[in-house]
Design a protein around this ligand. Sequence first.
Ligand SMILES: C[S@@+](CC[C@H](N)C(=O)[O-])C[C@H]1O[C@@H](n2cnc3c(N)ncnc32)[C@H](O)[C@@H]1O
Length: 275
Amino acid sequence: MDVPTLVTKLRRLLTAQLALAALFNDIPGDFVEAGVFTGGTSIIMAKVLERYDPSWGGTGGSGTSGPGGSGTAHAGQRSGGSSGGGGAGPPDGWRPAGRMLWAADSFEGTPAPVEQDNGGAAGMRSGFQGEYATSLETFKTNLKEFGLGQHLEAGRLRILKGWFNETLAGAPVQRIAFLRLDGDLYVSTRESLEALYDRVSPGGLVYIDDYGAYTGCQRAVHEFRQRRGIRSPLNIQPVPEQVMFVPPAEETRWAAAWWVKEPHEPTWPPLRPPG
Ligand SMILES: C[S@@+](CC[C@H](N)C(=O)[O-])C[C@H]1O[C@@H](n2cnc3c(N)ncnc32)[C@H](O)[C@@H]1O
C-alpha cells in the first residue's frame, strides 16, 4: 500500500532523507508539516519518527542521545497558546514527552492566489482557490490506516486545522528540527516561514516542496531569505538517475528546495546597534 499523496517519488525520498538527517544529527525539536492534504508525506515523517525516535517507540537516531534525548519538552509539560483545534488526544497546552509531529492544513484547499503567484518560468503554476480540498476525516482515516492512530490519541501527532495565518503563529510549537512546507502559494509559503522559521533549531532542516512548481512559492522563499539575510545554500533537489529510476521530466522540473538553518544566522528582528 502506497501513501496517499500528490508528492512525487523523489520528493518523498527527500522528505524521508531530511527527516532521518534531523534525527541522526540529534537536532532538537519537533517535525512540522504545513500543507498535509490527505496525509501522504505526514505519514512518511511519522514513520521515520516511529522507526528512530525513542519517544515514538523507535530505537534512537544517532544512538547517542538516549530515550527522548532530542525532544523538546518533558512529560506532562504545559505550553502556552492553543493547538488550533481539530486534533485528537490530550487537551490544548498539554504535550507528551519527546518530539511531536504537527500537521497543519485548512483541509479546504488553498486560499486565493495573489498577484505574486503569477508569471515565473514556463510551466510553473499559479494555483487556484480551493485546490486540493479534502477533509480532516480523510486525513485522520489515512493516518489510522497506516497504523498511526495511537500517536494521534497520545497527542504526539497534532493537527492544526485552519488557515496558516490563524493557526501557526499561536501554535504551541517550541523548537523545530524539520520544517516541511507544502502550501503551494505565495501567501501560504510566506506565512509559514514568518510564523515558524524562528523556531527552527540551529542545524534544523527547512524543506519547500513547491519551490520548482509554483511561482509564488519560489518568490516567497527568495524574498524571505533575502529579508532575513539567510546565506545557507539553497539546495535544489538533485537529479535522480543514480538513486532511483523515474521518468525525469516532471521530477526535475518540479524540484523541491531545502536548506540547513545555520547556527549564526542573523537574529530577527535585527538587533539595533548600540547608541
Ligand atoms: C499540495 S497539497 C499538500 C500535499 C501533501 N503534503 C501530500 O503529501 O500530498 C497543499 C495543501 O496545503 C493546504 N494549504 C495551502 N495553503 C494553505 C493555507 N494558507 N492555510 C491552510 N492550508 C493551506 C491545502 O489545503 C492543501 O491541502
